[in-house]
Design a protein around this ligand. Structure first.
Ligand SMILES: [Zn+2]
Ligand SMILES: [Zn+2]
Length: 352
């Protein structure tokens, strides 16, 4: 079977590997779709402490169960499933207290565990015991199901920020996660939605996900001034920064309402730290927090929302490539700036 191996930074080779051997507490799946994530591209170029080369990346996965060990009861051969990325170890203090995204071990598929950029993959005992392994409806395409992983992270972000019906929201950064937040704002019954993105071009892509949002291209319009003007100076209940920039973090704290939440969702990479007037937080009594990853239950909710069409996952898919062309897929993803690129191991057709 074929696998895309990250052998060194900026170099992926397609190799023929032996078929995975399924232990008593393991399972083997045929990967039918695996979406490319921004974090895959970062690992490809810069590496990651949790990824020891050579490695197989890919953590937004859907496929069919081929084989299960004799002690496995959670899934059976023939099941159609989606996989999330974060796998709680199930045993550390954080996991045992329901905070698996803060797991001390911090396992993830496509990081310590070989991921979905291969034709067949092994689900180990920890993944099957504690991980995000969610059966999907027959009507759901594998490509759409693979996107439950990023959607789960968006759900975790909204949940931790106490988002609820009738609240207003501002999303800064309209990549795939920002667009998912736009759709979720409808699901959650947001009263007012602001959506900001630096360039007009990218912003246009996002319009299809929530027509009622007030879109702001920050290269042309002052985000802070516009939001203050349009909320009678009050600001918004939740500001979520899916763009990992210092400016986004600074603006978020400016436009959040009193007692509102700022979720610094997109982490800062290789940027100077944010300096801020902390009196803004003091006098607003606002909550500045972060979130990352998701729990298995978020992944289950994400699959159900996609199945119901509350989030239209198909709309995010802007390119598809066979596994053999993964390097080209990465380059296209970076150059063209679409939303989601899907890798189809084994040249699978959509939904097959
Ligand atoms: Zn991802
Ligand atoms: Zn843990």
């Amino acid at each position: 079977m074929k696998a895309a191996i990250l052998e060194q930074l900026d170099r992926i080779t397609i190799k023929e590997l032996p078929e995975p051997v399924c232990g008593d507490r393991e399972a083997v799946i045929a990967v039918k779709a695996c979406a490319v994530c921004g974090s895959d591209l970062r690992i490809f170029h810069y590496g990651n402490d949790r990824v020891k080369l050579p490695a197989i990346m890919g953590h937004e996965i859907a496929g069919i169960v081929l084989e299960t060990g004799k002690e496995v009861t959670r899934i059976k051969p023939g099941d159609r499933i989606a996989l999330g990325a974060d796998v709680p170890c199930g045993e550390c203090y954080w996991c045992q207290n329901g905070m698996g995204t803060n797991c001390a071990v911090n396992y993830a598929i496509g990081y310590q565990f070989a991921g979905g950029f291969q034709e067949k993959m092994l689900l180990n005992e920890t993944v099957l015991k504690y991980g995000p392994v969610t059966p999907i409806a027959d009507s759901l395409s594998f490509e759409a199901a693979a996107l439950a992983e990023p959607l789960a992270c968006a759900l975790n972000g909204l949940e931790l920020a106490q988002f609820s019906p009738g609240k207003s929201i501002c999303i800064i950064g309209l990549g795939p996660i920002g667009c998912m937040m736009l759709e979720l704002a409808k699901v959650f019954g947001a009263s007012q939605v602001f959506a900001a993105q630096r360039s007009h071009k990218r912003l246009e892509l996002a319009r299809q996900f929530n027509n009622d949002a007030r879109f702001i291209a920050t290269e042309e319009e002052d985000l802070v001034a516009s939001i203050k003007r349009e909320t009678e100076g009050r600001g918004v209940d939740l500001v979520i920064t899916t763009a990992g920039t210092v400016q986004a973090h600074a603006d978020a704290i400016q436009v959040v309402a009193h007692r509102g939440y700022v979720n610094l969702f997109g982490g800062l990479k290789n940027q100077p730290p944010l300096t801020l007037d902390s009196n803004l937080i003091h006098y607003k009594e606002c909550f500045v927090m972060g979130s990352h990853g998701s729990l298995p239950r978020h992944h289950q909710t994400a699959v159900r929302l996609i199945e119901k069409g509350a989030v239209n996952a198909e709309k995010y898919i802007t390119a598809r490539f066979p596994l053999e062309n993964i390097t080209e897929a990465f380059a296209c993803h970076e150059e063209r700036g679409g939303l989601k690129t899907i890798i189809l191991p084994g040249n699978n057709k959509n939904g097959v």
